[in-house]
Design a protein around this ligand. Sequence first.
Ligand code: C5P
Length: 394
Amino acid sequence: MSANRREVILGVGAGIAAYKSADLLRRLHDRGYYVTVVPTPSSLNFVGAATWEALSGRPALTQVWESVHQVAHISLAKNAGFFIIAPATADLIARIAVGRADDLLTNLVLSSDVAKMIVPAMHPNMWNNAATKANVETLRARGFIIMEPDTGRLTGSDSGQGRFPEVSRIVEEFDSMTGNTQDFTGRKILIAAGGTREAIDPVRFIGNRSSGKQGISLARAAQLRGADVYLVAANMDTSTLDGISITHVESAREMQQALQRDFPSSDVLIMCAAVADARPVQTLADKIKKALFTSIELEPNPDLLAELASTKVQQVLIGFAAETKDHLESARAKLKAKALDIIYVNDVSNGAIFGKDVTHGTILLRNGEEIALKEVSKDALADLLLDHAKRQLG
Ligand code: C5P
């Protein structure tokens, strides 16, 4: 497992502003980040683990003694691309500055060398205290990005510098640290993902093994880069996506309708859906009896991608292929036949890739360039494909 630039650790310290980090977490999701919340034990007095787990959809561990068999303080640190610690109390800043490792969060900070941002929030007397000032200076000198707290009214009647900054300002600063370039701002990206199902009767269907994971990675990556993302999702779990327009479909013909509606106004179409090549000539209203269930008459489905390609104006078209043999030859043929700009071919022999987080295959470009990928995460592939799409968009 290696660091993933979309994976973020949100450390939460024991300040009253912890409740504002619930909103921060949502905004980070909207920007396409995957977030694991690591609260300090005393912060749970303000916001409980249940809130973090519900909002992030992931466990919220506080101690190295939980899930010991998974060695969380090392595995989480290895996977994280960035840290954001918000709110950070004077005590948490002090513990990080001296290199303590007395809870999971400080363990993670010590064992990871990725970029880290700290958002302090405390009483002005504590922020202006010489000890805190020295600790902040020490951490800045070590490369931590430390935001200046806002000035204004505090929780009690006092006012001064120490307020938790506006969430929008925190997200802006965080994006600039992560290098979130927003190079697709104002662009509409249409993605079809998952696997279509063709009904045989009310119970049975013709389907395939596509999990939709690559589509989730693409939607997240495009969103993170500022695109307006429209996802046509066939029989896949989209519960981790926020802020994306999703149309759920079941069959190839439903997918065709959704794509025809959104394609003309799109800049990029990414077809990573596994579309059933054929459908039953008839869908029966009643379940077929076992004894009669011996054959199904099929007719071909339209090739959605080829059809859309024939109506394209300026859109960049990206196709996917899954092959068990001769994958390069058939991908080259599909790139031409479907008039695509880019195709990615997965080698799916032995059931590899379906439902996994990593893929291996080759990106083929219209100009004949071919880029072989050994074993990359589906997130990384998503960014690579978007890089190529960006070049073709000009
Ligand atoms: O199935 P095939 O290998 O031809 O798929 C290549 C590309 O064409 C994929 O991007 C897939 O989503 C798309 N396709 C389609 N309509 C079909 C079959 C495939 O759009 N009926």
